[in-house]
Design a protein around this ligand. Structure first.
Ligand code: MSP
Length: 524
């Protein structure tokens, strides 16, 4: 039986159309899922929407809708986008669904009964858009440290979760589980910024608005959004339900993927809630950085927002996925620029990958009438070297990918693309043909096709359509030649015929035209 791999994205606020930043989390998660599938795991990807809270209540009103109508529409829109992006999620949980609400109430009661939640009064600086209270010292220039907007001093009767009690246990957990948080520096941030200065108890209810899950025993309180939101990762699996088969099978999560802005909630509060519920902690939490624009955060008011649909409709899904993943460093934010996008498209996709396929197919047709020569040993050093290079790339790719160094892992694949392009010049099949060096010519074409097959496998988690297109053009139909395991061996392609005339994978873009196209679309 295959090993399970349960991964989650955050559940998204239904706050409008999603831009490429929000879409990034989903692209990343879907690519990791598809990679794990390729490695033989039984995967389960959860996503959804986070539909309660004051902000949503206000937003619905602004749109002349009641909150339920509003979130219904938004959830539909989200699903349409994920479908367009071919995101293969297994469940989409909405926090307004009964299956979620009733369990959150049960969880709240349980935590109260065992004394982890108590009643008190809260006063603090509250940021409405972020739905977060801050202490005075946390404010930056008197404004919200997360979004920079105005905060309001507010006071209300509230229930609190006793975070302090669990802080030492969490610290110890961090120390004894070095792979729990990726990348490492996020752990250091949590320790230095929150755990060392001393964790405050967390306010988990509100009386100031209605749009939330009511506390059963004190219904003027609604459960504050983070206790509600975070538990989606277990309610979706049927935790505390009579039918909890999925929960038994998939919990603990193997991976939570979150953006840096919500690191604190996932790296501190969520593990503590789980400890209080006496549940196993997720195996890993990966915090990714943000996609920024040259002039800072994407924002409608600045007019620098770019939507995934805009790019996908014009450049295709695979190009968008590749470029966004390829340009996200693990140590800093990614700065999206139309210039950078077009350059990557033309260089990596058209010139490097596209031409490699085209030249290979043309030569296979020219010298062998399209019939792929079979592996005939390793007649010369260049072949031995390219075989080793390709095998090495597989290992390096896997290593980087599993360490969530996604940009590096993609760079590894492209190093194979470049190396293989160079191999064409090194072996010069046109010279071999002229000199009638049949065996060497066969070997050269064989290695080109073989490396393209490898490339098609390696890119499949994030460029599924291109991968299938390459297999089709190479004439590879046998599914055994598309597996991860098939990367171990070199002499497998047999009785294969490439298509008669290669089709370009990507059409070269007119840089000037496309840069101004993207710029024009920004903020629309
Ligand atoms: N509802 C909360 C999450 C609750 S999880 C229990 C939330 N939602 S969100 O819609 O605001 O954000 C969803 C995801 O999108 C987050 O991971 C966030 O970091 C990510 N991004 C939002 N803007 C982004 C960029 N500009 N770049 C990359 N990711 C970004 O937070």
């Amino acid at each position: 039986m295959s090993e399970k791999y349960y991964l989650t994205t955050p559940i998204y606020y239904p706050s409008g159309k999603y831009h490429i930043g929000t879409a990034y989390t989903e692209i990343l998660a879907d690519s990791i899922k598809k990679y794990k599938q390729l490695r033989g795991y039984d995967t389960f990807l959860l996503t959804g929407s986070d539909e309660h809270g004051q902000k949503i209540e206000t937003k619905a009103k602004e749109n002349g809708k009641n909150p339920q109508e509003y979130v219904d529409e938004m959830a539909k829109m989200a699903k349409e986008l994920w479908d367009k992006m071919e995101i293969d999620y297994d469940d989409f949980i909405r926090t307004t669904e009964p299956r979620h609400e009733r369990i959150v109430q049960k969880i709240f009661d349980k935590l109260m009964e065992q004394g982890d939640i108590y009643k008190g009064e809260y006063e603090g600086w509250y940021c409405i858009p972020c739905e977060s209270y801050f202490t005075k010292t946390q404010l930056v220039d008197g404004k919200c440290p997360d979004c920079g907007r105005e905060v309001k001093l507010m006071r209300e009767e509230s229930y609190f979760f006793n975070m302090k009690k669990y802080a030492p246990r969490l610290l110890e957990y961090y120390e004894t589980h070095p792979d729990f948080i990726k990348p490492d520096y996020r752990k250091t941030e949590m320790i230095n910024n929150f755990l060392k200065p001393g964790l405050e108890d967390l306010c988990v209810t509100r009386t100031s608005f209605d749009w939330g899950i009511k506390v059963l025993k004190d219904p003027k309180h609604v459960i504050y959004v983070w206790l509600d939101a975070l538990t989606n990762y277990i309610t979706a699996l049927g935790y505390m339900e009579t039918n909890d088969e999925l929960f038994k099978k998939y919990w603990p999560a193997d991976l939570h993927i979150v953006g840096k802005d919500i690191a604190r909630f996932h790296l501190i509060y969520w593990p503590i809630f789980l400890m209080a519920l006496d549940l196993t902690l997720p195996k890993q939490i990966f915090v990714h950085n943000w996609i920024m624009m040259k002039d800072g955060k994407m924002s409608k008011s600045v007019g620098n927002v770019i939507y995934p649909e805009t790019l996908i409709n014009r450049y295709g899904l695979d190009a968008v996925k590749y470029i966004l993943l390829r340009d996200m460093p693990s140590s800093t934010d990614e700065v999206f620029s139309p210039e950078g996008f077009v350059e990557r498209f033309n260089t990596d996709l058209c010139n490097d990958l596209g031409n490699l396929l085209n030249r290979t197919i043309a030569m296979c047709n020219k010298y062998f009438e399209g019939k792929v020569p079979e592996y005939n040993g390793t007649p010369n050093n260049v072949d031995i070297e390219i075989e080793e290079f390709a095998k090495d790339v597989t290992d390096k790719f896997a290593n980087e990918f599993e360490n969530f160094e996604i940009a590096n892992s993609l760079a590894e694949i492209w190093s194979l693309v470049s190396r293989t392009n160079k191999y064409i010049d090194e072996t010069s099949p046109w010279v071999l043909s002229k000199e009638e060096k049949k065996e060497e010519l066969e070997s050269s074409i064989y290695h080109l096709i073989e490396n393209l097959r490898r490339i098609a496998i390696l890119i499949s988690p994030f460029m599924k359509n291109t991968s299938e297109n390459i297999f089709r053009q190479l004439g590879i139909t046998n599914n055994n030649l598309k597996t991860w395991e098939s990367l171990n061996k070199y002499d497998q392609i047999k009785e294969t015929k490439v298509i008669q005339k290669g089709e370009p994978l990507f059409m070269r873009l007119d840089a000037e035209e496309e840069i101004s196209y993207i710029k024009n679309e920004m903020g629309k």
